[in-house]
Design a protein around this ligand. Sequence first.
Ligand code: AQP
Length: 320
Amino acid sequence: MRVLSGIQPTGRPHWGNFFGAIRQYIDLQEANDGFYFIADLHALTTVRDAEAMRQNTLNAAIDLLALGLDPAKATLFVQSHVPEVSELCWLLLSGTPMGLLQRCVAYKEKVDKGLSADAGLFTYPVLQAADILAYDSEIVPVGADQVQHIEVCRDIATKFNHQFGETFVLPKAQTLDHSAKVPGTDGEKMSKSYDNTLPLFGEVKKIRKQIMRITTDSRAMEDPKDPETDHLFLLYRLFAGGSDVQAMADKYRQGGFGYGEVKKAVAEVSEQYFADAREKRAELESNLDYVHQTLRDGADRAREVAATVLSRAQTACGLR
Ligand code: AQP
């Protein structure tokens, strides 16, 4: 199966990015043809500093490789290195109803939170559709926040296929049960824009402090609590194994424990969980030639596929 997904170089990746999406990339690369990209064109809607963009893009590549993405099994590339996608985007944009984009929740939520809205943010799902369709993608592993955008992509592709004949493969979103919407330190969806993230990499001490500051409710220690509605428990569950999770859930149901204890457990399991990736990341940082070469090879392979699909779409709508 052709699998495709992307991550924006908008800052340091967080637990939500990893457990919602990146972990799926790693799992799916084994038995599928994975295409994973760093979405720098998408990030342009928020990153307006050239040096930051360059650095974030390189960092995102290092992060993905450190977390286990294997260029021998999957194709890793930078979105803007495949100009065919931007051209395909225009073909799609030309037939996309405004109403379809106006209904997109991610856009509405950002505007409601006071973030500035420009045309790039508004048309973001169409560029995303081009990203997906350009590689005949069948599966798109994402967090729950992106599922609506994959539906928009299907709508756009279906309309194009209907008007111009079968051109695009219709993709399906794939989310994970327990981590499609990872909560942030305040219990809302973990998101860079909401300043409630816990990063994958960075100074361990600093991350530990952030974990200790996770908000909790003010119920008395001895009160029994429902683990399923507690974001601290949900964060713990991301890392811990079956019997540990069960033991923690039992503690919640019995009551008589302190949140500080759970926070410490979260800090410990998360540090252990990312220890190997941290080490690998440090190695990659001193081998940047390898990282750049991986991205060049990835772009070559991605362009080959995207050029074929673009040509198919151009022919279908009379541009060739
Ligand atoms: N909290 C989350 N839970 C599960 N999955 C998540 N993803 C993001 N946040 C969560 C998934 O991570 C992938 C890459 O995301 P992105 O780089 O496109 O960034 P994003 O979705 O925009 O991430 P943020 O932090 O929420 O940034 P903002 O809101 O600032 O743009 C995607 O598959 C996404 O679903």
